[in-house]
Design a protein around this ligand. Structure first.
Ligand code: CTP
Length: 401
């Protein structure tokens, strides 16, 4: 990961819209709040505000074209790496559509695709364009991928109509940018272990028992924690997901392997977040070859696997421990029992009986249960859940060393 400067860097994308002049105020407001601002304009934006204005305001070069003489040879990559936050204000319906489908046909959209920084979007457009199903679907897709949307306000629009579509107040956009800038570094100096996926316990060479888990939640948490500056080790059972960027990923198969890897990795960490669906049992006498079906036993003797999280709880020290509970009934009550029994700081209680949520899905509805209470979260994407969960854990991690 690239060296970050002391002041957080905000890359401000400006697109072609009558509200582009308000991006000047936003640049100033972000600077007033201690952020460094670098502006990227689309060609259309330059029809509304001149690059010189932004250059004078920010005292930084302003990027417009991919092929500008003054631009670094791969400027989209350098801007993408520098950014702690990428805010696009105003964001037109067109740029939102391009971002939603991953198009990269100018410097701004290429930077957006190349960056790991959180994307903050402040849309501004005509009310009918705003209400159009395509625009709403595009925004929903971007939100699900972790973008923060500062919704437009209702009022008189440049086109003369009245309705939603007016760029949000500059102060509100700056608040969102500042919150993301803070988040982009809040885990620096912390070491975190995340467990994910199922464990598979062999019956013979081709059969196994195991729990259902896609691993998505744990992978998202690991990725988000690394993005926010933590040194992350992800210990995962078999999944189809690629290694998250910037994370040390240890792949295991069985609960015993996961146990050994986690105990080693968690020795000197600030937090362990256990999302893995560890199989509680393993066949007591797995066969090395394949057992032919006619010879298959009618019953398989099982043995208990170690409870990894409970063992970490026994020697908790100052580590923050977070467990996940997949329940189909009395969700909060069961989570409370786990919190106490395993000496946890927080349990993410998940009602897996809800159709379309949880296992394999991209969204969850969870309740965060601590000793102080239960916080019910709305249905949200797994990336958004990772963000909220780390927001809650971050203050518990101090002091770090
Ligand atoms: N866990 C673990 N090692 C195990 C089993 C579970 O680390 N052998 C962790 C999981 O990663 C999860 C939490 O403990 O964070 C789940 O707790 P658990 O009591 O196992 O939940 P359930 O399997 O739902 O338990 P029960 O069937 O008793 O409700």
């Amino acid at each position: 990961m690239s060296e970050k400067r002391t002041a957080p860097t905000v890359v401000l994308g400006v697109t072609g819209c009558i509200a582009a002049y308000k991006a000047c105020e936003l640049a100033r407001e972000c600077m007033r709040r201690g952020m460094r601002v670098k502006v990227v304009m689309t060609e259309n934006a330059t029809r509304f505000v001149g690059a010189t204005t932004f250059r004078a305001l920010t005292r930084e070069p302003v990027a417009v074209g991919m092929w500008d003489e003054a631009a670094a040879p791969v400027q989209h990559v350098s801007l993408a790496e520098e950014a702690d936050v990428l805010v696009i204000a105003p964001a037109t319906a067109n740029v939102i559509a391009k971002l939603a489908c991953g198009r990269a046909d100018d410097l701004l959209t290429t930077t957006a695709l190349a960056t790991e920084a959180t994307l903050v979007l402040a849309p501004a457009m005509n009310v009918h364009m705003w209400r159009d199903e395509a625009t709403q679907a595009n925004l929903e897709a971007l939100r699900a991928r972790g973008a923060i949307v500062v919704p437009p306000e209702s009022g008189e629009l440049a086109c003369g109509e009245v309705g939603e579509g007016r760029l949000a107040e500059v102060g509100d956009i700056a608040d969102a940018v500042e919150a993301e800038a803070r988040r982009s570094r809040d885990l620096e100096g912390s070491r975190i272990v995340v467990t994910a996926g199922p464990t598979l316990e062999p019956i013979d060479a081709v059969r196994h028992i195991g729990n259902r888990s896609s691993g998505k939640t744990g992978f998202r948490i690991a990725e988000e924690a690394a993005r926010r500056g933590a040194a992350v080790t992800l210990v995962t059972g078999p999944t189809h997901l690629p290694d998250p960027f910037g994370v040390v990923t240890v792949r295991v198969t069985t609960a015993l392997e996961m146990h050994a890897a986690v105990i080693e990795a968690a020795e000197d960490v600030h937090a362990v977040i256990a999302t893995a669906a560890v199989s509680d049992f393993r066949p007591a006498a797995p066969q090395t070859g394949k057992v032919k079906k006619d010879a298959f036993p009618s019953a398989i003797a099982l043995e208990r696997n170690p409870d990894i999280l409970a063992e970490l709880g026994e020697a908790k020290g100052r580590r923050v421990l977070v467990g996940f509970a997949a329940e189909t009934a009395d969700v909060v009550a069961h989570a409370r029992e786990k919190l106490a029994a395993k000496h946890l700081d927080l349990v993410v209680a998940n009602d897996v009986s809800e159709p379309g949520l949880g296992f394999g899905a991209d969204s969850n509805r969870v309740t965060l249960v601590t000793a102080d209470g239960a916080e019910e979260l709305p249905v949200m994407g797994k990336r958004a859940l990772a963000r909220v969960l780390l927001d809650r854990i971050s203050p518990l991690l101090l002091p770090r060393g």
